[in-house]
Design a binder for this molecule. Structure first.
Ligand SMILES: [Zn+2]
Length: 196
């Protein structure tokens, strides 16, 4: 999927109340670059400005990302507010290195969420999907219709699933929420849908 991974979609919002300044911010986990522009600004005038703002913001967000559990936890808290009314609670969320065929796991009974560190370098909007996915497991253990209804409130879900599928991280390798009776083996005893 060339070009799809890291180029944010541009959304220009023109406002008569803004006089001369053009400003921009990344939203939707980095998937959208929202540009605030004066009402009379022409596209061709804006283009070079947008390019400059985009480079600056992407550089900043790339520095902010990385395999950093604290930023992961902060992002999860933001997504909790945005998609779950801030109602979800968990004990810890962190990156792990041992999830060979999974992008993450959730153990509702202990409130532990694990995210594969292979997601760390992926675009923010893909990581956000995985976080929303694992957060939704705090409410719905299985991948049933109610689960997907929750997850699909994140608008980039289908795109992110396609992205992960291309990497071999989504599809048959998807997990369900992990049961409490973890048998000592690490991530590989995630319940998986086929259990039982
Ligand atoms: Zn799942």
């Amino acid at each position: 999927m060339p070009g799809m991974a890291d180029e944010p979609q541009i959304r220009i919002i023109r406002s008569g109340r803004r006089q001369k300044t053009v400003s921009a911010r990344l939203t939707d986990g980095g998937a959208v670059l929202e540009v605030l522009a004066p009402a009379g600004a022409k596209d061709e005038e804006l283009a070079p400005l947008i390019e400059k703002l985009k480079d600056r913001l992407l550089a900043r967000s790339n520095r902010a990302a990385g395999p950093d559990d604290q930023s992961l936890a902060r992002r999860a808290a933001e997504l909790n507010r945005q998609y779950f009314g801030g109602k979800l609670h968990w004990r810890e969320i962190r990156y792990v290195a041992n999830q060979n065929h999974r992008f993450g796991s959730c153990t509702p009974a202990t409130g532990a969420i694990r995210i594969s560190d292979r997601l760390a370098p992926l675009p923010g909007w893909v990581r956000d999907y995985v976080l929303v996915h694992e957060l939704a497991h705090l409410l719905e253990a299985n991948h049933g219709p109610r689960f997907w209804k929750l997850v699909n409130r994140y608008a980039k879900t289908e795109r992110a699933r396609g992205y992960l599928m291309a990497l071999g991280l989504e599809g048959e390798a998807d997990e369900g929420a992990r049961q409490q009776d973890a048998s000592g083996d690490d991530a590989d005893d995630v319940d998986d849908v086929e259990q039982g």
